[in-house]
Design a protein around this ligand. Sequence first.
Ligand SMILES: [Zn+2]
Length: 377
Amino acid sequence: MSVTPSGSSPHTVTGRFFAPGLDGVGVPATGFWQHGRLKVQAADQAWEAAPDARVQSGGFNAAQLALVWAGTEGECRFYVDAGASRTAFAAGLPAHLAPQHHAAGKASAKVERRFRLWWGVLGVVALLPLLALVLLLTRVDDAVGWLVKQIPHEQEAKLGDLVLAQTRAQMRVIESGPAVDAVRQIGQRLTTGSSYTYRWLVVDNAELNAFAAPGGVVVVYSGLLQAAKTPEEAAGVIAHEVAHAELRHGLQGMVKALGVRAGAAVLLGDWSGAALGQAMTGLLEMKFSREAEEAADAEGLRRLIAARINPTGMADFMDTLAKQSPGAAVPELLSTHPASEGRAVRLREAAKAHAGPWAPLPLDWATVQGSLKGVRP
Ligand SMILES: [Zn+2]
């Protein structure tokens, strides 16, 4: 296994490459092993894996392997494509990485089994051709709404587990500390009596973003916590994300994407299961409809008021963002949650209809924000 292909006829490994300075969703890349190091070509640049690079499992379809190393500017990840590329990757792998490769293979097989089990138990796989047909004959949203109603919360929670495992594989999760405690404390107040068991995550990422995955997984980016001026501003965003989870918007989006892709797969005669993996991949970049966003605003507001948290936080946060970087790149949260003119005004008006007084959240926000400063090297 320690034999490396000669430089003149490298066995090409294709995949997707993540590195500082490149597009955040990764770029297509090719690589080959030379003297025990993976040479990578991506975005017209050449890269070389560090000598202490590690092999990990990852990818939403859970069948992917990644080579991960610390570059001079930050972490680099090469996700190896399935099939022949995976074979070429394994063939050139230096001997010392063989045990990691074996372990990663076992881990991804385990996740993949759980993944298949989830769809299998759900019966979605059997329902897909039917769903595809229904989608062709009726209104998409009606069909999706009907199917989502058939999915029990416990099954949705298992899907949340997969998203959680995925988030851990792809992002740097802050495991403990004041920021995690703050998000959990705010989140628990907003979800009293929920039928989901929530998982609260803070990831080390400078983007102003947060998202909710099916089954009660809420992920908040450290950049968002640092941009929020008060815990109430953060609570406004968390309430909105909780509302997406409670209203099952993520699940609806996935079923819709899955149905449409399954329809295409059936029409094209491709029934390899690739459609399932692709539907999962789209989750993180999912955009909700305007109706869904308005519903999440209203439900988020209702939850803030029920939790006795000052409900102007969301509107304040939008103002904070607008003031902070006029003309700069649109933060991720706003690109997936467009601040239609008057949204902040509407939120503030709706909040005004409810009398306080609101007790400030018992959080030392300076400590929370200070704890995040040292995280990023
Ligand atoms: Zn939203």
